[in-house]
Ligand binder design. Structure first.
Ligand SMILES: Nc1ncnc2c1ncn2[C@@H]1O[C@H](COP(=O)(O)OP(=O)(O)OP(=O)(O)O)[C@@H](O)[C@H]1O
Length: 600
C-alpha cells in the first residue's frame, strides 16, 4: 500500500501530467478548482481553525483582480503609477498590498465583534466592495474591464489554460504548504486556541486580537492572489464573481469539503465545481431550462451535509481509510533540543501575591469586600467558602481577569492595576479553569505546548516558511517535559478530549507549568474527580510546592483541602471570615456556622 507521502507525490505527478493528457475543457475546470481552492484554504484557516465566519472573501478576490485589471489595461496611468508600465507582476504586489491594507482596516473594525456580529460585518463589507467595483467608472462599471494581458513567465506566455494551469496549481501547492507549516507552529497553536475561548488563550499569553488579525490577513491574501490569477486566466473582469453570492459559495465549499482541514479545501472546491457543472448540464434536461435549480439543489445539499457530516467530506474520507494507512501527523519531539531558559523562582517564603483591601461591586452587590490575603513561595493556600461566597470573583481579581472596584492586587511587588491577564501571565502567574478549557481535538502535547507560547517569539512569517524549527523543537521538548513532570508522559499523542476528566485537569496544570510560573492558581482542581484521581492531583500539588512554586486553589472539597494545604482563607458573603492552619479552620466556630449552618 502507498504511504501518504508517496500518495501526495503521486497526486503532484498526476497534476503535472494532466494538461498533457486531459482535454482543455477539463483543464479549465481544474483551473477553476485551483482558483477556488486558494480562497477556500484561507477560509479553512479563518473559519475552520480560527472560528471566524466570513461571507466576504469574494470581495478580497475582487481586490486582487481589479487592481491588476486597472494597472495592466489603463492607457494613461497617473504619474505615480506610470512606472509600473502595465506589468502584471508589479500589479500582483500592488494587489496584495491593497488587499492587506483593506484587510487590516476591516479587521480592525470587525474582528473585535463577537457572536453573530462578525459574520454580519463580513456581509456588510462584502456587499460594499462589490458595489464599489460596479460603481467606479474607471473600472468599467458593471460591464467590467477586458483586454487584460496574459502573464509572461521565463519568456513563456501563459496565454492558454494548459499553461496558466501550472502557475495556479503552484500557488495552491504553496498555499497548502504555508497553511500546514503555520498550523504546526507556535503561532498556529495560538490561532487554534481562539476556538478555546478568549479567556483561555489570553491567559496563555496569546494576543488574541493579533492572532485573529494574522489569520484574517493570510486568508485575505490567499483570496487576493486567487483574484490576480483569475483576472489573467479570464483576461476580463466584472463585478459578478466578487459579490456576496460567491462569498457564500466559498463558504459552502469549505463546509462541504471539511472546514477543519487543509485537504478539505481542495476537496470542497473540487466537488462543488464539478457538481455545479454537472447540475447545470443535467437539471435543464430533467426540469426544463427556466429557473436556477442548481441553487436549490445546493441549498438542500448543504442542509443534508450539515446533518449527516458536520465535519465535511474530508472527515468521511479519513474515516474510510484504515488507520495504518493514514499520515502520521504526530509532532516529533527532539530530546536533544536545547532547554528553554527558566525564570529564577523567588526564595521559599517570599511574599509573591497579595490582595490588599480588594473590593468588587457588581451594581449594588458586593461580591468581595475588603479582602486581604497573602501567598508565599513554596506555600499552598486554599480559598474556600460556601456557594456564592465570592471565591470566583476573588480568583478573577487575583488573575487580573477582572479589576477591583477598590483596593489592589500586588504580584512580585508590582501592582496589577491596568494589567490584563496576558501581562500577568507573562510575569509568571499561570492558571487552570473551573470548567476545563482544552482544545479537545488537539493532542495533549500540543495543548501543553500552548502554555509555552510566551517563551517563544518566532512570528507568523517564519512559521509559514518553517524557519522556526529550532525554537519549535525547544517548545515541544518543554511540553513533553511538563507532561512527564505531571505523570502524563504516556499520553503525549492522545487527543486531549479523549482523556478522563482527572487527566484533563492535570493536563491543564501541565499547560500552566509550561509557562514557567512562580505562582499557580487552580480553580476547583478536584471538581468531578474520582478518589484516586484526587490522590494523584494531591501528590502533584505537594511536589510542585516543594519545588518552590506558590499555589493558590479555590476548592469546595474539604477532605481534599484539609490534607493538602498549608493555610486556608475562608470567605462568606464576600468577606474573609477566617484564616489559619487547616486544623484551626476545622474547629473555627464561624466557619462551622457558615459551612454547616452551626452543626458541630
Ligand atoms: N459578573 C457578575 N455580575 C453580577 N454579579 C456577579 C458577577 N459575578 C459574580 N456575581 C455575584 O457575586 C457573588 C459571588 O459570586 P462568586 O461566583 O464569586 O461566588 P463563588 O464563591 O465562586 O460561588 P461558587 O462556589 O458557587 O462558584 C454571587 O452573588 C454572584 O451572583
Amino acid at each position: 500500500m502507498i504511504k501518504p507521502r508517496n500518495m501526495m507525490l503521486l497526486g503532484l505527478v498526476l497534476l503535472i501530467l494532466s494538461p498533457l493528457v486531459l482535454p482543455s475543457y477539463q483543464i479549465t475546470l481544474l483551473n477553476y478548482i485551483g482558483l477556488y481552492a486558494l480562497v477556500v484554504l484561507g477560509l479553512v484557516l479563518l473559519t475552520g481553525v480560527g472560528g471566524m465566519t466570513s461571507f466576504g472573501q469574494a470581495a478580497f478576490v475582487g481586490l486582487g483582480a481589479y487592481t491588476t485589471a486597472y494597472l495592466t489595461t489603463t492607457q494613461q496611468l497617473p504619474e505615480w503609477l506610470a512606472w509600473t508600465a502595465g506589468s502584471p507582476w508589479i500589479a500582483l504586489v500592488f494587489g496584495l498590498l491593497l488587499t492587506a491594507v483593506v484587510a487590516l482596516l476591516l479587521g480592525a473594525l470587525t474582528l473585535k465583534l463577537s457572536g453573530h456580529y462578525l459574520p454580519l460585518g463580513t456581509i456588510a463589507w462584502g456587499i460594499s466592495l462589490y458595489y464599489l467595483f460596479g460603481t467606479l467608472s474607471s473600472m468599467g462599471g458593471h460591464t467590467g474591464v477586458s483586454g487584460l494581458p496574459s502573464l509572461q513567465l521565463f519568456g513563456i506566455s501563459l496565454d492558454k489554460g494548459e499553461k496558466i494551469f501550472y502557475l495556479i496549481w503552484a500557488a495552491v501547492t504553496g498555499a497548502i504548504l504555508i497553511s500546514r507549516n503555520l498550523l504546526n507552529s507556535r503561532e498556529g497553536r495560538a490561532i487554534r486556541a481562539l476556538k478555546g475561548g478568549q479567556l483561555m488563550a489570553e491567559s496563555m499569553g496569546v494576543n488574541t486580537f493579533r492572532s485573529k488579525m494574522a489569520v484574517f490577513l493570510i486568508s485575505a491574501l490567499f483570496a487576493g492572489l486567487s483574484g490576480w490569477l483569475y483576472a489573467h486566466t479570464q483576461r476580463f473582469v466584472n463585478p459578478t464573481p466578487f459579490g456576496l453570492s460567491m462569498g457564500i459559495d466559498y463558504l459552502f465549499m469549505a463546509l462541504i469539503g471539511g472546514v477543519g482541514s487543509v485537504w478539505g479545501a481542495l476537496l470542497g472546491a473540487g466537488v462543488l465545481t464539478m457538481l455545479k457543472q454537472w447540475l447545470q448540464d443535467l437539471l435543464p434536461i430533467l426540469l426544463g431550462s427556466d429557473g436556477q435549480y442548481e441553487s436549490i439543489v445546493f441549498g438542500l445539499l448543504i442542509v443534508f451535509m450539515m446533518q449527516r457530516a458536520p465535519g465535511g467530506l474530508w472527515s468521511l474520507v479519513i474515516r474510510l481509510i484504515p488507520a495504518r494507512y493514514q499520515a502520521d501527523t504526530r509532532l516529533v519531539v527532539n530530546d536533544a533540543a536545547a532547554d528553554l531558559p527558566r525564570r529564577p523562582l523567588p526564595a521559599q517564603g517570599t511574599l509573591v501575591l497579595e490582595a490588599m483591601n480588594v473590593t468588587r461591586r457588581f451594581g449594588g452587590l458586593v461580591a468581595n469586600n475588603k479582602m486581604n490575603l497573602q501567598l508565599h513561595a513554596g506555600e499552598v493556600l486554599a480559598l474556600i467558602g460556601p456557594n456564592g461566597a465570592g471565591k470566583s470573583t476573588m480568583f478573577n481579581q487575583l488573575s487580573s481577569v477582572d479589576t477591583p472596584t477598590e483596593g489592589e492586587v500586588r504580584f512580585l511587588g508590582q501592582s496589577l492595576k491596568g494589567k490584563n491577564s496576558r501581562a500577568v501571565a507573562s510575569m509568571g502567574m499561570s492558571r487552570t479553569f473551573q470548567h476545563v478549557k482544552l482544545l479537545p481535538a488537539m493532542s495533549a502535547l500540543e495543548n501543553v505546548a500552548l502554555g509555552a507560547h510566551m517563551r517563544g517569539n518566532q512570528g507568523v512569517i517564519s512559521a509559514s516558511l518553517h524557519l522556526e524549527r529550532e525554537e519549535e523543537q525547544r517548545l515541544l521538548k518543554e511540553a513533553k517535559h511538563q507532561l512527564e513532570r505531571v505523570g502524563l508522559g504516556a499520553y503525549l499523542y492522545e487527543e486531549a478530549g479523549s482523556l478522563a476528566l482527572g487527566q484533563q485537569r492535570i493536563l491543564e496544570i501541565a499547560r500552566a507549568l509550561c509557562a514557567d510560573p512562580c505562582v499557580l492558581l487552580l480553580d476547583e482542581p478536584a471538581a468531578g474527580l474520582r478518589f484516586q484521581e484526587k490522590q494523584a492531583l494531591s501528590d502533584l500539588i505537594k511536589k510542585l510546592k516543594t519545588e518552590g512554586i506558590a499555589i493558590l486553589l479555590v476548592e469546595h472539597d474539604m477532605d481534599f483541602v484539609m490534607g493538602l494545604v498549608d493555610r486556608i482563607v475562608v470567605m462568606e458573603f464576600g468577606e474573609k471570615i477566617a484564616e489559619g492552619l487547616p486544623e484551626e479552620i476545622q474547629t473555627n466556630p464561624a466557619v462551622l456556622e457558615a459551612y454547616l449552618g452551626g452543626a458541630e
